[in-house]
Design a protein around this ligand. Sequence first.
Ligand code: ACO
Length: 324
Amino acid sequence: MIYSRIAGTGSGLPEKIVTNQDLEKIMDTSDEWIRGRTGIAERRVISNGESTTTLAEVACRKAMEAADVDPSQIDLLVMGTTTPDVVFPSSACLIQKKLGLPDCGAMDVNAACSGFMYALSIADKFIRCGEAKKVLVCGAETLTQLVNWERRDTAVLFGDGAGAVVLEASNEAGILSTHIHANGNYADLLRTDTGVSRGFGDMSHNDYKPEVEMKGNEVFKVAVRTLHRIVEETLGANDLQKSDLDWLIPHQANLRIISATARMLDMSMDNVVVTVDRHGNTSAASVPLALDEAVRDGRIRRGELMLLEAFGGGFTWGSALIRF
Ligand code: ACO
């Protein structure tokens, strides 16, 4: 039986930090409101030529270095992003060139905040069926480029970043199972109104404002309910109990959603990796960024059992149960 395991992790973050105090100067908000409702204190925002693919390149290089894998060994690149540099070529193709990967398959997966869970699930299947031995999986986003900085209800939430893992074939189970879902009936609760058919607006005009639109309160309620369901589905599929888990690595949208999932798992917050305070919601990048942080600082150790989960626009949601 062939399984996939995580051989190395990496991340890439913009240099510029935007604090809640910085936002207080440009919109009617407060550090107290943002921290209290979301847990966010600051976020990273791209500048000076940074983009989704420059952040992804850094994350992928670090993941390959940690895995001791050479670019020439990569068989497939799967990239979760909803903020590609351009419509096409795909971000995966642009990163493939930057990294000097061979002529392997390279694809973007757009599942909003669940993009990394989708990408990981696809990569795992390629390895399990013997089509690939080493796969680079990345989640990278620059959602700050899609928010209207005059809208306090959305602008305060998002940040930019990238996280990556190298998955490799193994005789022992690393990834025990992955689960992905979507329900397009909820499309209008969390969306953008820009694109090929809707138009991109005229970016040369100062009044051009691409926007993430979100009915935050309704998204919040569905997110909490849905994450409960997928946690139960994931444990049930592996015949495991909540108490078997060592770590929860959740999507970092809101500390209140993260705490609700931890409570449902009877898990102490000491066993939950939290980065939302410093990164904000980095969409598809948030889970691999959190994973990389906890692996590099030594919290997550080989052999431990971790549950990764995400929920986002679409709606989409996904999870993975992984023996690290
Ligand atoms: N500063 C100050 N006040 C604000 C701000 C702000 N930044 N934003 C909104 N408010 C005000 C509102 O205007 C409202 O005022 P009112 O009562 O006078 O009308 C009040 O605060 C409460 O607003 P709500 O929207 O009800 O606040 P809520 O407690 O729901 O928190 C939040 C909003 C943080 C967005 C929350 O709903 C949330 O986290 N939702 C889920 C987000 C999520 O999980 N997204 C999925 C992933 S994202 C992706 O896929 C791209």
